[in-house]
Write a protein that binds this ligand. Structure first.
Ligand code: APR
Length: 228
């Protein structure tokens, strides 16, 4: 089986009703990154950070995967498929994808603020001040904040280096190291980029598909399933 790697960003969840970050009306137009998504914010105003992630976690119970998520699952019949996502939602898993790597963490996971390896799944949607990890430290969202290291990046690079096909979906390619992953793919590996603004990117060898995920992903998946 050929190795197929999919890199996804907030755009694949947009049609499920989850706001992206940098589109019109996106999250970073409503919140300041340094106030809700940084270690400084956590130190300075932890309740504001908890409120930001509690709101997004609560929304998870009200949204469903869309045709883009479901189409990717069909690839698993024919390809060794790995999803590397920047997203912290669980829509890939709920659609049925069996191999998902979250570069930036997961909304439903929480961890000790002193030990990043003490991770647990939050029951319900609300994390409160006073909720403690097994080491007695305050629990925090298990999310990679701006300025923090991306623990899974080397694993992701190793996976992309072995790709026979690479599909990039719904990301502005503006946050590193995630945005640099496409350059780790082998030279022979076709790279597809599905995004309404795909034609604004000009990376070498990128096959751009300027479409939204719910249309562009099923279409490409059907083509790939017929081609082998
Ligand atoms: N289908 C596909 N793509 C879409 C759709 C859609 N229906 N709607 C919007 N998009 C695209 C936009 O054109 C844009 O390129 O999704 C992308 C969203 O870009 P961003 O909001 O920057 O999201 P993302 O690239 O995932 O951000 C990367 O930045 O803030 C951090 O940690 C956060 O993981 C996030 C990272």
């Amino acid at each position: 089986m050929k190795n197929l790697v999919v890199l996804t960003g907030a755009g694949i969840s947009a049609e499920s009703g989850i706001l992206t970050f940098r589109d019109m009306g996106g999250l970073w137009q409503q919140y300041k990154i340094e106030e809700v998504a940084s270690a400084y914010a956590w130190h300075n105003n932890p309740q504001q950070v908890l409120d930001f992630y509690n709101l997004r976690r609560k929304q998870l119970d009200k949204v469903e995967p869309n045709a883009g998520h479901y189409a990717l699952v069909k690839l698993e019949h024919q390809y060794q498929t790995t999803i590397i996502t920047q997203n912290v939602d669980d829509l890939h898993e709920r659609a049925g994808s069996s191999k998902v790597l979250h570069l930036h963490g997961e909304l439903r996971k929480v961890r000790s603020e002193h030990n990043e390896n003490l991770v647990s799944t939050l029951a319900g949607w609300e994390l409160k001040l006073g909720d403690l990890a097994s080491d007695g430290a305050q629990l925090r969202p298990d999310i990679v904040w701006f300025g923090e290291a991306v623990p899974m990046i080397n694993t992701a690079i190793t996976i992309v280096k072995q790709a026979d096909i690479l599909i990039i979906i719904g990301t502005s390619l503006s946050v590193y190291p995630a945005a640099g992953l496409m350059h780790e793919a082998p030279i022979h590996c076709p790279k597809y980029y599905i995004d309404p603004n795909a034609n604004q990117q000009s990376a070498p060898g990128l096959i751009t598909i300027s479409d939204k995920a719910s249309i562009g992903v099923p279409r490409l998946v059907n083509t790939l399933l017929q081609s082998e």
